[in-house]
Design a protein around this ligand. Structure first.
Ligand SMILES: *[C@@H]1O[C@H](CO)[C@@H](O)[C@H](O)[C@H]1NC(C)=O
Ligand SMILES: *[C@@H]1O[C@H](CO)[C@@H](O)[C@H](O)[C@H]1NC(C)=O
Length: 232
């Protein structure tokens, strides 16, 4: 007795059922894949704009995480350490925000950056960089110190040209990030007006995660690292 498959093959000469079966399965798979691509949760129509975003490499890109952060108003009932009156404790809190600034990266990472940077001659194969967030925070601290300079607190005197540079750095950083979190207006019984409330939720990059990346890649800079002694 011939197997059942053989007899069917004879009924439909030139169209072996296995090929038909395979074609049907392939068609089902392609249709499912197309359906998933078009309707799946991973890609929504608005995301296509994001996929076409311009892209610049950063060695810290893998440290980027999105988190929700509630901002503080810094008013009487709500003053974080950074906005308090100068003290060694406040100064230390600010310094620790950006003390991780100087980082070393590998040559493989350095060549992927949009701009070239200086080699760390003491540690061959390494290159020196800083993440701009730490430079921007340092700049804001310079402005803070200048504001409090008269209040019996003795900060290093920073020339106005440096402060102008800092205002520009912070302005461009704010415009670059263009935070679209929504400040709201709510009735204040005390003031009898609808007052602005910016103690709201924001979508943020996780600063601690990025600071952690920088801390892992930190090197303690020496004067010579920036000097011409290494120029050939
Ligand atoms: C960085 O690269 C951009 C694009 O090539 C260039 O316009 C800019 O001047 C460069 N900056 C430095 C400091 O190399
Ligand atoms: C500020 O610094 C000067 C010079 O170092 C010092 O003589 C003075 O006592 C300091 N003032 C305060 C308030 O720390």
């Amino acid at each position: 007795m011939a197997p059942k498959g053989d007899s069917q093959a004879k009924l439909y000469p030139g169209r072996p059922p296995r090929l038909l079966y395979a074609t049907c399965m392939l068609s089902v798979i392609i249709n499912l894949a197309a359906f998933w691509l078009l309707t799946g949760p991973r890609i929504q129509p608005n995301d296509f704009a994001e996929l076409e975003m311009p892209y610049l490499y950063s060695p810290a890109q893998h440290a980027v995480r999105q988190i929700v952060v509630k901002f503080t108003r810094g008013l009487a009932d709500d003053i974080p350490i950074y906005e308090r009156h100068p003290s060694t404790e406040v100064d230390e809190a600010w310094r620790s925000l950006y003390s991780v600034a100087e980082n070393k990266i590998s040559e493989a990472e350095a060549v992927k950056m949009p701009n070239h940077t200086w080699p760390l001659y003491r540690m061959p194969g390494n290159y020196m960089i800083a993440l701009d967030v730490f430079h921007q925070l340092h700049c804001l601290d310079m402005l803070r110190q200048r504001i409090h300079h008269s209040s019996n607190y003795n900060y290093t005197w920073v020339p106005i040209s440096h402060l102008r540079h800092c205002i520009g750095a912070i302005r461009q950083a704010l415009m670059c990030a263009s935070d679209i979190s929504t400040v709201v207006f709510q009735w204040s019984e005390q003031q009898q007006i609808a007052e602005q409330r910016d103690d709201v939720l924001h979508m943020c990059r996780d600063f601690e995660q990025i600071r952690g990346w920088a801390a892992e890649h930190q090197f303690v800079a020496q004067e010579d690292d920036f000097n011409a002694v290494h120029r050939h």
